[in-house]
Design a protein around this ligand. Sequence first.
Ligand code: NAG
Length: 340
Amino acid sequence: MALKAGVATLISMAAAFDLPGLADFGMAAILEFTEEPMAGRSNAKAGLPVVMMHGMGDFGNNPMGMVPLRKLIAETANAYVHSVELCSDPTKLSDCDTQDQSNGFFMTMDEQVDQFARVVRADAKLSGGFNAVGFSQGNTVIRGYIHKYNNPPVKTFLSMHGVMMGVNGLPQCPMSVPGVGPLCRAVDAIVSHAGVYSSFVQNRLAQANYYRDAENLVEYRTHGHFLPYINNEVQGHQNSTYKQNFQSLEKLVLVMAEDDTMVHPKESEHFGYFKDGSRTELVTMRDAPWYKEDWFGLKSLDEAKKIEFHSTPGNHLRFKKDFLVEMVQRYFVTESSVVV
Ligand SMILES: *[C@@H]1O[C@H](CO)[C@@H](O)[C@H](O)[C@H]1NC(C)=O
């Protein structure tokens, strides 16, 4: 109820603003994929279940992307795959395409993580733990779940172009996708109107919850929701469970898009970022304070040789099908699920 009213407010607010330049944002965060899945390996033992989390502007039941992709991953890993939808009503766990699509913008990251947890906990097939694959912002949701819940636990986390260390600049909105244009305009309008760290925006816009302004870290840590907390970078609010949960991963696979124009800086996908105090100078993961001081378990994971880095040519979510198949085979197919 409150959320619906919020969205209506945003859209009507957006209509009141003139927004030049947005038409240039033609890049979709949506993964388009229509290929037919290959034949299944019927006599193999089932692999560990997989959970998929879609990106901004997309929806879990998208017949032009997430659904065929779910089948492809299921065939490749020989496993049950659940493509998570985020509905607005906490008791509704699926079949809400329109809400699922707009909630990627207007449901806060904390609420998205809570709803993700409800969905996976209600699925008995996942009760023994699961592998997770996220696309773009979906990885930020999965990361939040690992820190704050991780019960049932994530074993291997495959991040496809994931927003790991936040963004400094709002992600380009997929304007050209039918139905998404008004949402994009709303996003732009409220941020330019109220400011990204205002409580109005923090309480209403998911992307603001991982906006990490490296030139303004005090503001970000004082007024930002979600990312500063899961990063354990807010003094007095560090939570050792967040760190323990993250370092309990069996494998963290980080895939970056080499020419990503949506996630800024793209190095965030490899847990690098802008150096503290700068919006131009980059710092790699291993040179960054969040790593060196092991704020949330990243260094522990790396020292246990559990982090793998990959990159794909081209822009955001424009990886090849064969690349994803290779990742799934390499990281999700366990010995027990291979036909001998
Ligand atoms: C730390 O996080 C865990 C998991 O989300 C939560 O149960 C616990 O209450 C948190 N502790 C504090 C002190 O906030």
